[in-house]
Ligand binder design. Structure first.
Ligand code: HAM
Length: 427
């Protein structure tokens, strides 16, 4: 029987890789919280209708990529492909916007999209994100963008290319949609099947198409449809970014793959990601989304960043944290009689705050010492029949390769002293 494989497009995060993942999550939480954003969690699955209404028919996510199912009770549910509609639902459902505006939240977790897997594109992907809900101001748009920018800076990722555009308000977008229909209609016969459908139901999505990218490149830019007020709003956002020392590229064709954006839309690009997967993250303002979900009109802006893609960039640059060791101390018993004594010593050391592995296997001491080295430990505490009888332990400094016999009460202090002089790097 062949061994069971992980589902296509998913990956295991093995212990040696966890330090890099943890660092990304911790750095993002730290940077977001430094700006007053508080953590929030929403369910992994949600009503399918929320995504259909929020993200929009005609988007790749809703048309092709959702993991949807019906429960025996008849509920239509979907594994979340992204977290923005649910975060908005959670914040407005709990009336948090009545306590403070904007409500500033950050989140992290897995999302699910039935995409074609390749490097940087997975079916279980991981995002970190922020949303600021309840205020419509260019200052807030710029604040959100700055958090993403500072996050990459804190992580040590250079070469971020911030692409930014404005899609304007509802009227601007209506005008823009018509401009796109007028532009694409003469090319109808040459369009791919998807685009022939998109022109009917969702013309903005024509610009997302890879097959018809040559047309997207010469299509009218979104700026052609902006009202003076929308242009002014966008200029204010750009001004705030300039003041923050953040450089950006204005990309008049950037429409993002989701329907809910109004005004500011942006992406963080990086050159070590190629082609369609070049976006490390993206976001924008979604002032119409609350109403689409059935809530009172409430403005909002946010972003989501791909953790998987940030890791690729870090790995390509040879950066990231050193792999964590398994333990500081290995307590080795020699012979069956001393196992209980060794276990008690291990417990005592853990209570003193050390990371301790008990090696009670029946094997020779030299093998146990080699194993302790492999685990990254700096100290071995060795006990056999003699130590058990005398209530002592042999404490071996694996870095210095010397050892001393100490009384049971002195074990913690001796180990702490060894671990205290010199860090992991000395080993
Ligand atoms: P999104 O552009 O669909 O936006 O996704 C954000 C990021 O998630 C992408 O830039 C990419 O790094 C990562 N990502 C997306 N799909 C995949 C995949 N299949 N494999 C690996 N990484 C992927 C959103 O999700 C919006 N909710 C962002 C937002 C928040 N807008 C306003 N607030």
């Amino acid at each position: 029987m062949p061994p069971i494989q992980s589902p296509k497009g998913t990956r295991d995060i093995l212990p040696a890789d966890m330090a890099a993942w943890d660092e990304i999550y911790a750095t993002h939480a730290r940077v977001a919280e430094a700006h007053g954003y508080r953590a929030i969690q929403t369910p992994i699955f949600e009503a399918t209708e929320m995504f259909e209404r929020g993200i929009g028919a005609g988007t790749d996510i809703v048309d092709k990529e959702m993991y949807s199912f019906e429960t025996s009770g008849g509920d239509r549910l979907t594994l979340r492909p992204e977290a923005t509609p649910a975060t908005l639902r959670a914040v407005l459902g709990a009336h948090l916007d009545q306590e403070r505006r904007p409500v500033r939240v950050h989140y992290a977790g897995p999302m699910f999209r039935h995409d074609r897997p390749q490097r940087g594109r997975y079916r279980q992907l991981h995002q970190i994100g922020v949303e600021a809900i309840g205020e419509r101001s260019p200052v807030i748009d710029a604040e959100v963008i700055e958090i993403g920018w500072r996050f990459y800076e804190a992580l040590g990722i250079d070469g971020i290319d911030l692409q930014i555009n404005s899609l304007g308000d509802l009227d601007d977008r209506r005008r823009y949609r018509q401009m796109l229909v007028d532009f694409y209609t003469p090319h109808l016969a040459g369009l791919c099947d998807d685009c022939r459908r998109r022109i009917e139901i969702n013309p903005l999505r024509l610009l997302d198409c890879n097959q018809d990218a040559h047309l997207a490149a010469i299509a009218p830019p979104a700026s052609n449809a902006l009202s003076p007020a929308s242009s002014e709003y966008f200029e204010s956002v750009l001004g705030c970014l300039r003041d923050a020392g953040i450089t950006c590229t204005i990309n008049r064709h950037l429409v993002r793959g989701l329907d809910y954006y109004a005004h500011t839309a942006f992406e963080f690009w990086h050159t070590s990601l190629h082609g369609a997967q070049n976006a490390l993250g993206g976001g924008g303002r979604y002032d119409g989304l609350a109403e689409v979900l059935g809530f009172p009109a409430t403005p909002g802006v946010g972003y989501a960043l791909g953790v998987d893609r940030a890791l690729i960039v870090l790995q390509d640059a040879g950066a990231g944290p050193a792999a964590a060791t398994d333990a500081d101390v290995v307590v080795c018993s020699l012979g069956a009689e001393s196992v209980g004594y060794a276990a008690a010593l291990a417990r005592q050391l853990r209570a003193a705050g050390h990371r301790v592995i008990l090696d009670a296997a029946e094997r020779r001491l030299d093998r146990k010492l080699r194993n302790a080295d492999r685990l990254g430990a700096r100290v071995c505490v060795i006990v056999g029949d003699n130590e058990l009888a005398a209530r002592t332990a042999m404490v071996r400094d694996l870095g210095q390769r010397d050892q001393q016999s100490v009384a049971v009460d002195a074990v913690n202090n001796t180990v702490t002293a060894i671990l205290g002089c010199g860090g992991e790097g000395d080993k």
